[in-house]
Design a protein around this ligand. Structure first.
Ligand SMILES: CC(C)(COP(=O)(O)OP(=O)(O)OC[C@H]1O[C@@H](n2cnc3c(N)ncnc32)[C@H](O)[C@@H]1OP(=O)(O)O)[C@@H](O)C(=O)NCCC(=O)NCCS
Length: 202
């Protein structure tokens, strides 16, 4: 178990585009995050600068995650509905993985969604082969709700498992953080939880 690192969410700025483009040189990161391989550094920089930072699609709220003064990831709250959005999270580059930053970022995303956007519920999905991502969703108090679309991960066929947390559930966890972890919830039978692959990379 980690001490949870301190992270802060903030809008992405044009200076972040170069940092994000640098992460594309990390093949492990790119493969796990599903970034388009083979693009030049400036293509990545231009994509971030123009498509995400200057003129983001209306349904995408993408916030930078800062830790100890550096941009170390981003969190998405995706969707157009006023009452719910989809949470996504990325930590880069891969040398930063395994230090609790992903969980801290996802938790900050929930706080932003409920406190700043006043959402009623937040959903997310993760591939069972992406074990750290599943652990993050369970660890921040999201509950498994069902199966999503087929997808591939690192070249293997898989499918999404879907999760959700309501404002009421979030408030309960805030009052008693020991109730956050789905593994400790006797109301979530093991048979309904997604399979985890302990050998998955990341
Ligand atoms: C998924 C991702 C965000 C995880 O980031 P991270 O900083 O390594 O995450 P953490 O260090 O907080 O670890 C998360 C959990 O996974 C666990 N974990 C790490 N590697 C694991 C593995 N191979 N198998 C099982 N669990 C693992 C950690 O122990 C931790 O669980 P805990 O909180 O119960 O101790 C990061 O790998 C990433 O950016 N991947 C690419 C993008 C992506 O897949 N995003 C998720 C979909 S939106």
């Amino acid at each position: 178990m980690h001490t949870i690192p301190a992270v802060a969410l903030r809008p992405l700025t044009s200076a972040d585009a170069a940092v994000l483009a640098d992460w594309a040189a990390d093949d492990t990161f790119g493969a796990h995050a599903g970034w388009t391989p083979g693009l030049a550094w400036d293509e990545h920089e231009r994509f971030w600068l123009h498509r995400i930072i200057a003129d983001p699609p209306p349904e995408l709220l993408r916030l930078g995650v800062e830790h100890e003064g550096a941009l170390i990831g981003y969190v998405d709250l995706y969707g157009t509905r006023a009452d719910e959005r989809e949470l996504g999270y990325v930590i880069g580059p891969s040398t930063r993985w395994g230090q609790g930053l992903g969980k801290a970022a996802a938790r900050a995303g929930l706080a932003y969604g409920f406190d700043s956007l006043a959402l009623a519920s937040i959903w997310a999905e993760a591939l069972p082969l992406n074990a750290p991502s599943v652990r993050i969703l369970e660890g921040i108090g999201m509950r498994h709700t069902g199966r999503g679309d087929e997808a591939s991960f690192l070249g293997a066929r898989s499918h999404y498992e879907q999760y959700r947390i309501t404002r009421e559930q979030y408030e309960k966890i805030r009052a008693d953080p020991s109730t956050a972890d789905a593994r400790a919830d006797p109301g979530t039978p093991a048979a309904r939880r997604p399979q985890q692959n302990p050998t998955a990379p990341g």
